[in-house]
Design a protein around this ligand. Sequence first.
Ligand code: ZN
Ligand code: ZN
Length: 394
Amino acid sequence: MPKTKSAKRRKEEIASVPYARGFKPPTVKQSEEAIMNKRKSSTPPVLPTHLQPSGGHFGAMRQPLCQDDWLAQYNEEGQDYAGFIQDCPWMSSRKWKIGREQRFHSKGFNIKEKYPDGKIYLLQLGDFDKGERLYPSFQELVKYVEIFYDLPVSEMKGVELQKDGDDYKIVISPTAMSASGETKKRRSSRTIRHTLQHRYNSRTRHLQLDISSILSSLKPHLPADALFLIALTMHDLFSDPSDLFVAGMAAGNHRVGIFSFSRYNPSISFSPENWYEIIYHDNDDEEKTEEGEGKSVILERSCKLLVHEIGHLLGLDHCIWYECLMNGSGHLEEDFRQPMFLCPVDLHKVETLCGFDVVSRYERLREFFKRHKMRKEETWVQGRLEFIKNGNSK
Ligand SMILES: [Zn+2]
Ligand SMILES: [Zn+2]
């Protein structure tokens, strides 16, 4: 097993710690009411089977286990289904700040009907899986997002990260510029190179790229049919000089984002007091895991981060109703503990927003988990599908 936990942190976690000041955990009834489009109704909501929280598939939110846990730090208000429908910019009958070229139907019931050309773009910034390293496969991440939200997902081409001496550059080819609908005058046939800010610790040989220089290089080249563009990288990131690291960030009205999976590699561990101090384990030593196990761990963690962040870009706030993919996380261990799945409140939001069939989406997720030997997730989906097919047995 990878040594990602220190004995010290384990001890800290034994006792629960209080919630952030002002935070009141929702009651069972409040969580159930949050699922439907009803507030403070006297009659209990009638839930379709696939949105019922029973069946033992959705745990209640847990009290924080350590000071750094999300709910020990933040007084989250919680977003119920009705609040989401009201506030989500993608559900509005007014076109959101989006490319002028993109078609928009104000009367559409979901994002696909409203923005029929809209796609999620993912961009590979630097190396991903080439077989020999513990990196997730970029193509599998694309597939996972497509299954999870049932929205079109495309890889953005023509943008590369290049090392040039001591510099790191984002290189944008004319192909990428024409896809973004930039005017011919601006577009020119020449390739554009943006030098990125970075910092390098020569003692630990650890490189970090600056988030804002990446975001500002990408913003002008957003593809014309993009709902949003997310760059993914295995490089570690920082934003402010005082940051140890930053997992990612979205900008430009949340239409361009960058996220790093570098801290998700199970073969690295961190000094618990200072996550900047990364220790790389040699994969040939006693840390060696069963063939393919490390790869499914990093794929699982990366898939989870990616769909959580896309959830935010689609208008989902952090979840306080159940244990859920959209729970906030204050640190990596809390992140690793959280489920891959949306609770009934958030599933209902996404079902309405993306207009998918919940059962066929679960079936496709089950196939994905099976293919990647993500046994726990496969079993969970299988159990949930049986619950939906057999009706409410409890
Ligand atoms: Zn979040
Ligand atoms: Zn939720």
